[in-house]
Ligand binder design. Structure first.
Ligand code: ADP
Length: 634
C-alpha cells in the first residue's frame, strides 16, 4: 500500500507547535486525553450495537489497553471501539474543526508570559494532539467497526503527516507514542514506567466506565504471556457513589472528561432522586464560558446514561437553553436503552428531571452569591448574559432567575447589585425600579436621561447586554414595583424630596405652551410631541420613547433579525431651566416667524439625538446648520 504525505491545516500546525514546545507544565494529562478519546470510542460502539447499527462489530469485551516498551521507549493506548474511517482520520485528526481554536491561538500569541499562556491552554481540550507533549512521533492505526480496511496515520508533529490504507487492522484505534527522553526538570516523566502509568490512570481516569488494562510486558519473564492484564481503574460511576466517598479531585477529573476542559469547574452539583422514577445527576458549572456559547449549533454538555450505559452526549432535553453552559451526567434507571431523541422530547419523566435540575442549578447559583461571593462574581461575569435569556423564555422560574441575577448599577461602579438590594435602597416615595439600556456603561452613565436621577441620587440599573432590552419588558415588575426605563415615558421623581411644586410647574407650562405647540408642529416629521422635561438638569434637550414603545436599540435588533418594525416617532423634551431653551422661548415670543428659530429647533432636536448616541436623520444638513451658527459666533 502506498503512503501519502499531507500538510496540516495552518491552525492545526500552530497548535502542534504549541504542544511540542509545550508551555503546559503538567504533561501527565496527555494520557487522560487519550484514554478519554478511547472511552468515547467504546461508548459510541456500544450505542451503535444497541441500535443495531453495527451488526458485524465485536462488542464482547470492550476495553482500553495500555502497553509499554522501555527498550524502544513506546507507550501504546489501544481501544476496540468504533474506530475511524480513512476519511474521518483526515477530517478529525488533520484539521481543527473547532471554530474557537483560531481565536484561542490568537489570544495565546498575545499572552506575554508563560503563566498567562498556561492559563489559556488550560481553557482548551486539545485532546489527541497533547500526545506531542511527550512524544516526538505518534502513530495511529485504526479501523472503523464494520469496515474491512484500516488506516495508519503517522506524524512527527512538524507540519506534515502520512496516511496509508491497510488491508488488515484490528477493530478500533491504537495510538503509539514514541516517547521523548524523560526530563524531570521539564516534568517529563518516564511514561514507560508501569508505576507512573498506574498513578496517572488512577488519578485522572479512575471513573472511566470501561476497564483500562495494563498489559504485561512480553519477555519480561517467561510467564508473561500467561499473566493477566491488570485493570487500573475502579470503573465506579461517580454519580452513583455517596458524596463522602468521592473527593473533589475525582469530581473535577470527571468534569474535565465530559466538559473537554482542562480546568477545574466552578461548582459541582449533585442530585439523587429515588422513588418511582430514579435517577442520579452530577452537574458542573464551568469556570469559563466557551467561545461559542452564543453561536448556533453550540454543543451542550449534559450526557444521558441509562442504567450506567452511555446513551448520548448533548442531551438538550435535560436542561433549558439558558442553562446550556452546564455540563454533567444524568443517569436514569427507568428509560429504555433504545431511547431516541424523539421519545425524549415527549417523555414526562424527562420533563420532570428538567424541572428539578433547573431549580437546583438556579438555587445553587443563588446560594453562591452569599456563600462564595467571588465565585458568584466569576459566574455572573461568564454566564450572566446567558442566564438572563431565561427571564424571557422561562416564566415559571422567573423569580428564581432574578434571585440568581445581578445588575450593574449607579450605586457601585465595581460591584453589580441584586434586585432585592436595590429595592432596600430605594428612596422614600420612589415607586419604580429604574433602569437604562445601552451599549456600554460609559455611554449610559453620560446619557442626558440620567441627569435628574444623578442630581437626586436615585439609583439606576445600567443594562448593557443585548438580552436586557427584551427581558425588562417581559418581566415588567419586581416585588410589586414596575421596572421603568429612564428613557421612556414621563418621569415623575416628585415623590422623592425637594422637587418643584405643582404650582411652579404649572406656571412653567403656561410660559412654554406657545413654543412647545409651535415646535411640535414644526418637527412633526421627526417627533410626535415636544414637552418640558423633568429629567434634565444640565442638557438643553433629550429624546425619549413612549412608555410602551420599543427603544431604538430594540428596533434595530428586530430589524437585524429580519423583522419588520414601524419606526416609532419619539418625544422631544426640553429643559426649561437651560439658558438656550429660555432664550429660544423669549425669541419665539418676540417674533415667531424668524427663519433662524426653525433652524434652532431643528438643531436642538439633532443635539438631543446625538446626546443619546444616535445619529441625526440628515447629518449633512445638521453639519451645515451648525457651521453657519459657528461662523457667526467666531
Ligand atoms: P476531542 O476529543 O476534543 O474531540 P481530539 O483531537 O482528541 O478532540 O479528537 C478529535 C476527534 O477524533 C474525536 O472527536 C473523535 O471523533 C476522533 N477520535 C480521537 N480518538 C479516537 C479514538 N480512539 N477512536 C475513535 N475516534 C477517535
Amino acid at each position: 500500500m502506498t503512503t501519502e504525505t499531507f500538510e496540516f491545516q495552518v491552525e492545526a500546525r500552530q497548535l502542534l507547535q504549541l504542544m511540542i514546545h509545550s508551555v503546559y507544565s503538567n504533561k501527565d494529562v496527555f494520557l487522560r486525553e487519550l484514554v478519554s478519546n478511547a472511552s468515547d470510542a467504546l461508548d459510541k460502539l456500544r450505542l451503535a450495537s444497541l441500535r443495531e447499527d453495527a451488526p458485524d462489530a465485536d462488542v464482547s469485551d470492550l476495553h482500553i489497553e495500555l502497553e509499554t516498551d522501555p527498550d524502544v521507549r513506546t507507550l501504546t493506548v489501544r481501544d476496540n471501539g468504533i474506530g475511524m474511517s480513512y476519511e474521518e482520520v483526515t477530517r478529525l485528526i488533520g484539521t481543527i474543526a473547532n471554530s474557537g481554536t483560531a481565536k484561542f491561538l490568537e489570544e495565546l500569541r498575545e499572552a506575554k508570559d508563560a503563566a498567562g499562556a498556561d492559563g489559556l491552554i488550560g481553557r482548551f481540550g486539545v485532546g489527541f494532539y497533547s500526545g506531542f507533549m511527550v512524544a516526538d512521533e505518534v502513530t495511529l492505526v485504526t479501523r472503523h467497526a464494520g469496515e474491512t480496511q484500516g488506516t495508519r496515520w503517522t506524524s512527527k508533529g512538524e507540519g506534515t503527516y502520512t496516511l496509508e490504507r491497510l488491508d488488515e487492522a484490528p477493530q478500533g484505534t491504537s495510538v503509539t507514542l514514541h516517547l521523548k527522553p524523560a526530563d524531570s526538570d521539564d516534568q517529563l516523566h518516564d511514561y514507560t514506567s508501569e508505576w507512573k502509568i498506574r498513578e496517572i490512570v488512577k488519578k485522572y481516569s479512575d471513573f472511566i466506565t470501561w476497564p483500562v488494562r495494563l498489559l504485561p510486558r512480553p519477555g519480561e519473564d517467561d510467564a508473561a504471556e500467561a499473566r493477566e492484564a491488570e485493570t487500573l481503574n475502579s470503573m465506579k460511576a461517580l454519580w452513583a457513589r455517596p458524596r463522602d466517598e468521592v473527593s473533589d479531585e475525582e469530581y473535577h477529573e470527571l468534569y474535565k472528561h465530559i466538559g473537554h476542559d482542562w480546568r477545574d469547574p466552578l461548582e459541582t452539583i449533585r442530585l439523587q432522586a429515588e422513588g418511582t422514577f430514579e435517577y442520579q445527576a452530577l452537574l458542573f458549572v464551568p469556570a469559563h464560558a466557551p467561545h461559542d456559547l452564543f453561536t448556533q449549533g453550540y454543543q451542550r454538555g449534559v450526557q444521558l446514561y441509562v442504567k450506567r450505559v452511555f446513551i448520548m452526549d448533548d442531551c438538550e432535553e435535560l436542561l433549558p437553553p439558558y442553562l446550556r453552559f452546564v455540563k454533567g451526567v444524568v443517569d436514569a434507571q427507568d428509560l429504555s436503552l433504545n431511547v431516541s431523541r424523539e421519545i425524549l422530547q415527549q417523555d414526562r419523566h424527562i420533563r420532570m428531571i428538567q424541572r428539578r435540575l433547573t431549580k437546583k442549578v438556579l438555587s445553587t447559583v443563588k446560594d453562591l452569591r452569599t456563600s462564595a461571593p467571588e465565585r458568584y462574581a466569576t459566574f455572573w461575569r461568564e454566564f450572566g448574559a446567558v442566564l438572563k435569556e431565561g427571564l424571557v423564555t422561562d416564566s415559571d422560574n422567573r423569580d428564581a432567575i432574578l434571585a440568581a441575577s445581578s445588575f450593574e448599577s449607579t450605586h457601585d461602579a465595581d460591584a453589580p447589585t441584586a434586585l432585592n438590594a436595590y429595592v432596600e435602597r430605594m428612596k422614600d416615595g420612589q415607586d419604580a425600579v429604574y433602569y437604562l439600556t445601552g451599549e456600554s456603561r460609559g455611554a449610559i452613565e453620560n446619557s442626558p436621561h440620567m441627569e435628574a436621577f444623578r442630581a437626586k441620587g436615585v439609583e439606576v440599573l445600567l443594562l448593557t447586554d443585548a438580552v436586557d432590552e427584551v427581558w425588562v419588558d417581559a418581566v415588567g415588575e419586581y416585588d410589586g414595583k414596575p421596572l421603568r426605563s429612564v428613557a421612556k415615558g414621563e418621569i415623575d421623581l416628585s415623590g422623592t424630596e425637594d422637587d418643584k411644586n405643582e404650582e411652579e410647574k404649572e406656571k412653567q407650562g403656561e410660559e412654554y405652551a406657545g413654543l412647545l405647540g409651535w415646535m411640535s408642529e414644526h418637527l412633526a416629521e421627526e417627533v410626535k410631541e415636544v414637552r418640558l422635561s423633568s429629567r434634565l438638569t444640565v442638557s438643553p434637550a433629550c429624546v425619549v420613547s413612549d412608555a410602551g414603545e420599543l427603544t431604538p436599540a430594540l428596533e434595530n435588533m428586530y430589524r437585524a433579525m429580519g423583522q419588520e418594525v414601524p419606526g416609532a416617532k419619539r418625544i422631544l423634551e426640553l429643559n426649561p431651566e437651560h439658558q438656550l431653551v429660555k432664550s429660544l422661548n423669549r425669541a419665539w415670543t418676540d417674533r415667531a416667524d424668524r427663519a433662524e428659530l426653525t433652524e434652532t429647533a431643528e438643531l436642538l432636536h439633532a443635539l438631543a439625538v446625538l446626546a443619546e448616541g444616535g445619529r441625526p436623520k440628515d447629518p449633512s444638513r445638521f453639519v451645515q446648520l451648525m457651521a453657519d451658527r459657528l461662523e457667526r459666533t467666531v
